[in-house]
Design a protein around this ligand. Structure first.
Ligand code: CA
Length: 236
């Protein structure tokens, strides 16, 4: 079944551009340029994901978000203006899964959509009692295991000592295998959205992880995608 995305954006040129890219990726797209109309659509139809602009005619995007999430659970990514820090904070508090600042690179938006869809699917699966993955809470990559409940990482049985943030970074990369995560996304997941600092702190943690895993065990686990971010690939 097609993944159906509701795109709520009143800047027509931007909406058309994003729509074409989403269609090209194989998503089904419904567009709306009005907050009130978008809320009605979102309440009526089962969308898999919603891209929601904040400054909208009819009803403000944050209000759409609050009213919508009171009624149903659906992943929402906010499209925010640069410097609209309060909008981002309010939006995440209200339950948006992510935000992206305009103007954005389309590749980054697409990556965030994939992450949001995957995380949501994972949450639904465990909510539906598919206890296997949930119960074990163990991620593996080759000889590496990350045991979340025990907060333990091992390679071929050898325990690797990681700080909390290194652990979170590794977990995020392992959970999103084959998806290139931007430094901003990694920073948000690892340090929290309210973290004030440079995204190159991510590079520092990646270096620590590589020095503790890749270098010690002679593997190439974390790949750098120049200009984009980092990815752990599935084993071939
Ligand atoms: Ca707008």
């Amino acid at each position: 079944m097609d993944t159906h995305i509701l795109l709520v954006e009143d800047e027509e040129k931007l909406a058309r551009f994003v729509e074409l890219e989403l269609l090209h990726e194989g998503y089904q797209v419904t567009k709306s340029g009005n907050g009130r109309e978008a809320l009605e659509l979102a309440l009526r139809e089962p969308f898999d994901l919603i891209l929601l602009d904040i400054m909208l005619p009819g009803l403000n995007g944050l209000e759409v978000l609050r009213r919508l999430l009171r009624e149903k659970e659906v992943p929402v990514i906010l499209l925010t203006a640069r410097d609209a820090v309060m909008d981002k904070v309010s939006g995440l508090d209200a339950g948006a899964v992510d935000y992206i600042t305009k103007p954005f690179a389309i590749e980054e938006l697409l990556a965030r959509i994939r992450v949001a869809l995957k995380l949501h699917k994972g949450r639904n699966a465990s909510a539906q009692g598919e206890e296997h993955a949930h119960q074990e809470g163990v991620l593996t990559w080759g000889a590496l295991t990350l045991d979340e409940p025990r907060h333990q990482v091992k390679y071929d049985g050898h325990e690797i000592s990681l700080t909390n943030r290194e652990f979170l970074m590794l977990k995020t990369l392992l959970e999103n295998r084959d998806i290139v995560l931007s430094r901003e996304t990694l920073l948000n997941r690892v340090c929290g959205y309210d973290f004030v600092g440079e995204t190159n702190i991510v590079d520092v943690y990646i270096r620590y992880l590589r020095s503790k895993i890749d270098d010690v065990f002679g593997v190439k686990m974390i790949h750098t995608v120049r200009g984009v971010g980092y990815v752990i690939k599935s084993e071939a």
